[in-house]
Design a protein around this ligand. Structure first.
Ligand code: ZN
Length: 254
């Protein structure tokens, strides 16, 4: 009897969690209202460099992400309210759980639940309706040459982004943050995971450009601008990135 009751309660909670995730997921891309995107700053390596850099950041440093979304919404014939509002949520001393390195399905599911629990414990949600939470982990570039993969979770509308703590990287960091943010809205990667090269045609900002290469812009979910059949580079700023047709479909703009 008690066992049956326990199973019933567990099933009830799981159904409630699933329903809530489905509702926020659907509402986040309705684009009836401007979608709030809360940004939280975290020292990724406990370095003085990251601490000092984080101290210099203001909401203005992240505004290009909102400008990018608004300009692209308008380019797809959407109202400028089909965009986002960046809010700086402040610094968090705790670090969010790291995604599993082996990428097993069970590991990812467990991590995704832990991550949502962690986000709920460490942040306040101000105002009604769905909102995105982006956790930015800053690393001293002198200590870390390469950063671990960033992640954006559509379930829970949460992003966990690793970025460099350097003022020369502020604009390029916004390219990475915008990419992970769009994952939280259901946009998929558009690069070949073996080569990191953008996939044709969906990973090309202008797939009907003639000649096709080099491209001038990066498709944001490909993350890099194709220069030749073997080379691509991360754009220095979001001004050199566009949202391609497939991505626009995925975030309900088309
Ligand atoms: Zn991605």
């Amino acid at each position: 009897m008690f066992k049956a009751l326990r199973i019933f309660i567990l099933l009830f909670i799981l159904t409630a969690v699933a329903l809530d995730a489905w509702r926020t997921k659907t509402q986040s891309v309705e684009w009836k209202y401007t979608l709030p995107v809360n940004i939280y700053l975290i020292n990724g390596d406990d370095s003085p460099v990251a601490a000092a850099y984080m101290h210099t950041l203001t909401v203005e440093d992240f505004k290009p992400i909102a400008t990018f979304m608004r300009d692209e919404a308008v380019r797809y014939g959407r109202a400028s309210s089909a965009s986002i509002e960046i809010r700086l949520g402040g610094k968090i001393d705790a670090r969010p759980p790291a995604p599993p390195s082996n990428g097993s399905v069970l590991g990812v599911i467990t991590w995704s639940l832990k991550m949502r629990w962690w986000a709920w414990r460490n942040t306040d949600t101000v105002g009604p309706g769905p909102q995105v939470k982006m956790f930015l982990l800053y690393f001293d570039p002198a200590q870390s040459k390469v950063l671990a993969h960033s992640t954006g979770l559509q379930k829970g509308l949460i992003g966990r982004v690793n970025v460099f703590a350097a003022s020369s990287m502020t604009k390029q960091n916004n390219v990475i943050i915008a990419h992970e943010f769009l994952h939280t809205l259901g946009a998929t990667d558009k690069y070949d995971s073996a080569t990191n090269l953008p996939l044709f045609p969906d990973g090309y900002a202008i797939p009907d450009l003639d000649p096709l290469l080099p491209q001038r812009f990066a498709e944001i979910m490909a993350g890099r601008t194709p220069l030749s059949t073997t080379e691509a580079e991360t754009p220095a700023t979001l001004e050199d990135a566009l949202i391609g047709t497939k991505t626009a479909q995925e975030i309900n703009w088309l």
